[in-house]
Design a protein around this ligand. Sequence first.
Ligand SMILES: Nc1ncnc2c1ncn2[C@@H]1O[C@H](COP(=O)(O)OP(=O)(O)O)[C@@H](O)[C@H]1O
Ligand SMILES: [Mg+2]
Length: 372
Amino acid sequence: MAQPVVTIDNVTKTFDGEYAVENFSLAIEDGEFITLLGPSGCGKTTILRILGGFEDCDLGTVMIDGRTVTGVPPESRAVNTVFQSYALFPHMNVFDNVAFGLRIAGKSEAETERTVHEALKLVRLENMGSRRPKELSGGQQQRVAIARAIVNKPRVLLLDEPLSALDYRLRKQMQKELKELQQTLGITFVLVTHDQEEAFTMSDRVVVMNDGRIEQVGSPREIYEEPANLYVARFVGEINVLDGTITGHRGQSYMADVEGASVLVKARREFTPGDRVHVLLRPEDFRVEVMKDLEESPDLADKFAKALLTGSVDRTYYRGATYDVDITLDDGKHILVTEFFDEDSETLYFHAGDRVAVGWFEGWEVVLPYEG
Ligand SMILES: Nc1ncnc2c1ncn2[C@@H]1O[C@H](COP(=O)(O)OP(=O)(O)O)[C@@H](O)[C@H]1O
Ligand SMILES: [Mg+2]
């Protein structure tokens, strides 16, 4: 394994006695796109500012490119930062904004011109060099900020919510462009966002943060499909949390009593009979049938997933490509199920008041220890 390009080791930072970041450790691989994801105030910007050299940590060490950077000023680090507020020089044109760092570093005018053109081309602004920032749209200004940050080829680019000021469509487009840019350049990107979708679209790995600490690090798919705890499960997308108790073993599976039904579940951890657990299922993981149809059609009943709970439909919500079904299970638990439309039918399959059977395929659930 190659040496990580950034190693953050046990970093702690307090402001006025309050922890902003606590015991934070993370190794970032060369060339990866990694995202710090968490709600406002969880310490994302603080970590980025410590990496960028704008903030010292109280405890712990940071290594960039194999060397400890304690006390090393921002301009002497192999990292650049793109801020949410583009922070362009308003009185300079686009070209000069991007050229600024190169001129400070004493590059020749010929080299500066060539490198700036290259950078502007990468962010699709090759014809905008003579414009002032105020003559550009928000998206274009952010592109200038990105060009300025990549022009001197840093090892690591730090991006603090760079797209959050942009409207939805532009943000989606810029997400794809940024990802492409990262792949073209081969530079390590460290992105900060509170937007789960953004984190998932762009990242090789996501670091889910909560209150200055790391809750889980993994690929978007691992985070979504194998959340380490309830916090992560709830932060990324919708989740149904069923209550259960382990009742025994059967082969690789556990028998469990889940919302009053006896089911088989697969778990990645060790449990013993009597342990209380949360059984997590995404809305799209459930299989639901109207009871009447199951009773009338043995074929359907055979194909149906084995774990069976019963309940009633409260409401349906149109969502475009899918629709949501609110169901109350017979023990009073509410669940949310996502269904696809039947292309051949004018009406929805489910209606308020329908009695339904709810199941899922063994192994689709995530079983976590009870958190109280
Ligand atoms: N310069 C500062 N002075 C005092 N408190 C700060 C400062 N910077 C950040 N904090 C506090 O540290 C915590 C983490 O902030 P921050 O890293 O900005 O979170 P995020 O970027 O995830 O929203 C927050 O409680 C914030 O109020
Ligand atoms: Mg922030």
